[in-house]
Design a protein around this ligand. Structure first.
Ligand code: 6PG
Length: 301
């Protein structure tokens, strides 16, 4: 990512955090099968895997334009690396307003030519349970701002819902769609999950204090967070945290207070779902414009 000179690399979050052990050091070896441990020798018990820590790389850009230019470069680099390594680039997209500027960049040169669109596959992080031509639809937003220009094969798009089924049914259908694509024997690993953050600290469609925050088994959930928010379908944290890169973007002064609470406030994941973004074997980048970062100061480390 060729950052602008104003970029502020963050120090890790203020809270005393032991260096996250990104790759588990592996569990202690249990006594070899068939061999009883001698009564005097304690049998090594596999240690409980350490919960990953909330340790974002926070990048701040002086202008919104700069944020979009730099995140477009990062998406392109991630796509090229993924195709080199695995022959395809599989991303899950968020909706809302923030990604629009990034999507616009990706439909222009040099990205229009450099991104390997023929080997790119788009899923969605979350969706409102509405028809795909509804103005609230994240799929429609992507169609309008990203998908119409790049030469992306139609069967490389995996929309999440169309309002035809109740949210929980749509969620299980989508989980099957993901399982068919990645296989069901392990968590699906997206090369990129593009995320935003609401003013309440939600991400994807995982809102503060909802039980879906604690979902450990299902890959996709469908529910109604509130009457105002209507029915939502969302990837769950086990899937998000299996991604190779979580790229969360936030812009604007209206996000500044929440950015400060999430990055420098107490750890309170039920209140701030963004704090549950803890990639098991990947990166979490939080990319901000100066306005969104205006109330947050990296801890001096
Ligand atoms: C959605 C998004 C959601 C979004 C945040 C931020 O369906 O709305 O996926 O999680 O990222 O609400 O939205 P803005 O980018 O519009 O601030």
């Amino acid at each position: 990512m060729s950052p602008s000179k104003e970029k502020k690399k963050s120090a890790p979050p203020a809270k005393p955090a032991k260096p996250a052990n990104k790759r588990s050091a592996g569990r202690p070896k249990p006594a070899p099968a068939g061999k009883k441990a001698s009564p005097t020798k304690a049998v090594a018990r596999p240690a409980k895997p350490k919960p990953a820590l909330f340790r974002p790389e926070v990048l701040v850009y002086s202008t919104l334009e700069n944020l979009y230019q730099e995140t477009a470069h990062l998406v392109m680099q991630t796509a090229l690396d993924a195709v080199n390594a695995r022959g395809r680039f599989v991303a899950a997209l968020s909706g809302g307003g923030t990604p629009k500027g990034l999507f616009q960049q990706l439909t222009e040169e040099p990205y229009l030519s450099l991104i390997p669109w023929g080997k790119t596959y788009f899923f969605w992080v979350d969706e409102r349970n509405v028809p795909q031509d509804n103005e609230m639809s994240n799929y429609r937003m992507a169609q309008e701002h990203l998908l119409s220009r790049p030469p992306l094969p139609k069967d490389h798009l995996f929309p999440m819902a169309n309002g035809a089924y109740p949210a929980d049914v749509a969620a299980s259908f989508y989980e099957n769609k993901i399982g068919k694509f990645f296989g069901r024997d392990q968590l699906p690993r997206f090369d990129l999950a593009l995320l935003g953050m609401g003013e309440d600290g939600h991400t994807a469609s995982l809102f503060p204090d909802v039980p879906q925050l604690d979902e450990k088994e299902r890959w996709v959930v469908g529910y109604t967070p509130s009457a105002a928010l209507k029915e939502r379908i969302s990837l769950t944290f086990p899937v998000l945290n299996a991604a190779r890169l979580l790229l969360l973007m936030a812009e604007g002064k209206h996000k500044a207070d929440r950015v400060k609470s999430v990055l420098a406030g107490p750890s309170d994941p039920p209140k701030y779902p963004v704090q549950r973004l803890r990639p098991v074997d990947g990166r979490l980048i939080i990319a901000l414009d100066a306005d969104a970062a205006s109330r947050w100061k990296p801890s001096a480390k």
